[in-house]
Design a protein around this ligand. Structure first.
Ligand code: CP3
Length: 351
């Protein structure tokens, strides 16, 4: 069970604007964290990466914890996110892959025999270093800054698992949905169960919120999203209800899918910048918090113009509690860290 995230007593010692917003409660300031906040735009990350391979970073708890904490030392961010990758638990399940830098699976899944050969995930046995990273990060985080654990959503993982090379189209994975729908459903079910185990173990180790990344949802028509991607996420989410921590579903390029997404019982929906947050909130209704959605490109605007872009996101989000400021997708590797500092400080000026 995570500590310090529920109960009035715990809250008063360890108040967190991020967790307040996840629960749609008024926060002392607008919380902000940044997707991919630990990574290549930070010189200190590049310095470490020059000596150590990415995969080694993810598998060595002391190093993964260090990288997780790097952005927190520079910026007054309201949450940390575990440094790892969505493919890390699949490696733990025996899937051979390399990061080039995007994940490339050695034997893409195309047959029922391959699906059936995928073992269940036992996090304590298969990815103990992830759980150890979480314990180390919790020990090193400032008070009141929670740690977000994460996993890939089943369909997004399937995109990488079924494709020989990641492209922006993922033709092999999408072909499977139409050519072998029952195989696709079985694969998605296995992934849903594995990610439920994975995220529950992260919460037990100390993660105070859990996020599912649906990075490739935008490839699907609403019907296929509703038939394949959504039931799999729903299965993961249902298994995590008892974990007691807020659940976040990030859906990239999901503007056309938002009424389907609204059916998912998560606390927070994260979105990209292609749909304004007022519309997102209208479709999702009052029982979901929202996270987003500044275009990562806006960090390249001159300071005053960037502040206007932030104002526009805040105006769209409206005054109701339950908005976590973020980018609409991961920060670009060539972003100036000073622009991030200006962004965080400016967002914090707002209630
Ligand atoms: O602070 C953080 O958010 C960093 C932790 C993190 C990484 N990957 C580290 C990483 C997280 C949350 C992820 C999630 C992830 N990985 C997603 C979902 C989020 C999204 O961007 O949509 C996806 C689709 C992946 C798959 C993946 N892994 C890609 C496409 C790539 C290469 C390109 C890229 O964006 O960096 C990776 C490798 C990877 N994962 C790197 C990092 C820092 C780069 C590795 C390096 O340093 O060479």
């Amino acid at each position: 069970m995570a500590t310090g995230v529920s109960g009035a007593g715990a809250r008063s010692v360890e108040r967190s604007a991020f967790l307040d917003a996840c629960r749609r409660e008024a926060a002392p300031h607008r919380p902000i964290w940044i997707m991919r906040q630990a990574g290549r735009y930070l010189p200190e990350y590049r310095a470490l990466r020059a000596k150590v391979e990415f995969e080694t970073l993810t598998r060595t708890a002391e190093l993964a914890a260090e990288v997780t904490l790097q952005p927190l030392r520079r910026f007054a961010l309201d949450a940390a996110i575990l440094f790892s990758d969505i493919m890390t638990p699949l490696q733990g399940m025996g899937v051979a892959l390399t990061f080039e830098p995007a994940p490339v699976v050695r034997e893409p899944i195309a047959t029922l025999a391959q699906v059936e050969a995928l073992p269940a995930l036992v996090p304590e046995r298969d990815v103990p270093f992830v759980l150890e990273t979480i314990r180390l990060v919790r020990a090193g985080l400032p008070r009141g800054v929670p740690l977000i654990g994460f996993a890939g959503a089943p369909f997004t993982l399937m995109c990488y698992l079924a494709s020989a090379r990641p492209s922006k189209e993922f033709v092999a994975a999408r072909r499977l949905l139409y050519a072998q729908p029952l195989l696709a459903e079985q694969l998605l079910t296995r992934l849903a169960d594995a990610m439920a185990q994975y995220l529950a173990a992260q919460a037990r180790a100390g993660a105070q919120a859990l996020m599912l990344f649906e990075s490739w949802a935008g490839l699907l028509a609403p019907r296929e999203f509703a038939r394949f991607a959504l039931p799999a996420v729903r299965r993961t989410v249902a298994a995590l209800r008892s974990s007691g921590v807020p659940l976040i579903y990030y859906v990239n390029q999901g503007a056309a899918l938002m009424s389907e997404v609204a059916q998912l019982e998560v606390d927070v929906v994260g979105v990209d910048w292609r749909l304004g947050l007022s519309q997102v909130r209208r479709i999702l209704g009052p029982e979901r918090a929202v996270q987003g959605n500044l275009d990562p490109a806006a960090l390249f605007a001159p300071p005053q113009a960037m502040r206007q872009q932030v104002d526009a996101v805040l105006a769209e989000a409206g005054a109701a509690p339950g908005h976590i400021f973020n980018l609409g997708h991961g920060i670009w590797p060539d972003t100036d860290p000073d622009a991030v500092a200006r962004l965080v400080d400016y967002v914090h000026e707002h209630p």
